[in-house]
Design a protein around this ligand. Sequence first.
Ligand code: G6P
Length: 594
Amino acid sequence: MCGIVGITTNGNAIEILFPTLQRLEYRGYDSAGVAVLADGNIKIVKKQGKISDLISEVAKSNFPRYAKVVIGHTRWATHGAPSDENAHPHSDCKSKIAVVHNGIIENYLELKRRLIPKHNFRSETDTEVIAHLIEENLELGSGDFESAFLNSVSQLEGAFAIAAITSYASGKIMCARRKAPLVIGMLNSGFVVSSDVPSLIPITDKIVPLEDGEIAIIEPNNFTIRKGEVLVKREAVSIALDVQKAEKGGYKYFMQKEIFEQPKVVEDTISAFLSQWDEIAFPPYKKIIVTACGTSYHAGLLGKLWLETIAKENVEVDYASELRYKDKDFSDSLVVAISQSGETADTLESVRIAKEGGAKLVAVVNILGSTLSREADIVLHTNAGPEIGVAATKTFISQLTVLFLLSLKLGGLRKDSHLVSELRRISEKIDKVLRKADSIESVAKEVAEFRNALYLGRWVSFPVSLEGALKLKEIAYIHAEAYPSGEMKHGPLALVSPEMVAVFVMPKDRVFKKNISNLKEVTARGGKAISVVTEGMDKEVEGSWRVLQTPETLEILTPFVTTPVLQLLAYYAADYLGYNIDQPRNLAKSVTVE
Ligand code: G6P
């Protein structure tokens, strides 16, 4: 999704600008642009396509090679198609102001209708309205840029993060935040402003996050934060993220590297959780409501099963994009919000509503310092390190680890219980799955020939099936649907044919025999079944077209070994088809619009 960067320094901001923009690429985008102040005017270069296209365009232009203040942006189209014109930054009629923006200005049409008689609009975006609005407020007001900026922001409706530079106040970056992330990072000389904490990893480990409704004015030697008339004092916080973990390290794609990091991620997450086991204390509650989006939602579905089975809790799970509209009674509830980024707009909005309704908030989050982590009463860190591939993999496994341990904790189990010991053995078993990647790769090449796939599983394997189907859709662009195997006969069975591959996730567990019956229903109708089974069970799944085996573990822990099989199946299918795996089309890593 859109990314903002702005740098103000006594050194050369251009040197930091392009590498930082490249580190925003992982979020997903379709065009990019940069702006600098040169000879009293704003110079903008923007381009549809990749940052590499933008860099070639910059090289052809007279964009300065040295500057103290710059802003840049990666755009994920919402208002207007991906194009050079719609890419940010946008400027006013006189090219004295340049604005980059994430989020959506909900009243942009109303503002545009008012401004259009006197202003020359060059794009279809909501963002361009901001530049013209500042221009109008400057003309109407005292000519003071800061007041015009403040006044303009107060007229905007919606959720947004904005950074602007201007020739009226050279050296300054003006920023505004309302329900979309924006942080100030400390540089050796000067400051960087960014909408994405991980993009700052190599250049700073200290950030000052902005809160909703705040305006920041950043200069090379200082910055001020204001909320209305009040000056805000805020200490910098450390971001504990590792540079090396954000590099590919010899793998073809980040996603591949992240899949192979999972054994270590599980170990790290277990150690971190156990080290704070005795300190974690929960307020009294009557029910648990789990909420999340995308892959994190699938982790939530597993969390519910574990909390119910192990801790005998009363648990509801809802998509955050649904929960927020439901007028639920949140009193006496513990809301567990799961998010890799901690910045997903729907997740943030639903937890705010829940908190206003009296809920206590537990955040299962990967980015410390993110909005969700700051708003939570209790933070359970997933410890997966930076995840760059848009399709979530290692963060899913780390979320499962936290949710499993949370179930043990709430179930009153001790940290030396046999379930903890079994969990400790799981990373070795994930490793065993990964060592058999070759056999998964050859099946994946066959899967790549299909246009449709069904993923089927029961009980703990149903959320795993949902996640497997999501991975295949996201990166291999193959239509895939997941169903609880028992639901097959109520509809999806009508789709079964030799053109449909059916992936059965059926480890040795309480529902294995039931799955066998469903498998037969599919194979009897000519369906091609790939059975993912526990080692030694291959004889039981006769008639399967292909069989993939996983190491034996407790039935309740099987998602840890079946998930990597499905991740690799999608990964190798997408690789065989030649797609850009880390940046799938139309998708974004951190979804900051509603
Ligand atoms: C996007 C990402 C997914 C992620 C979802 C929720 O759609 O592409 O990988 O699962 O957002 O993100 P979160 O950061 O809240 O886990």
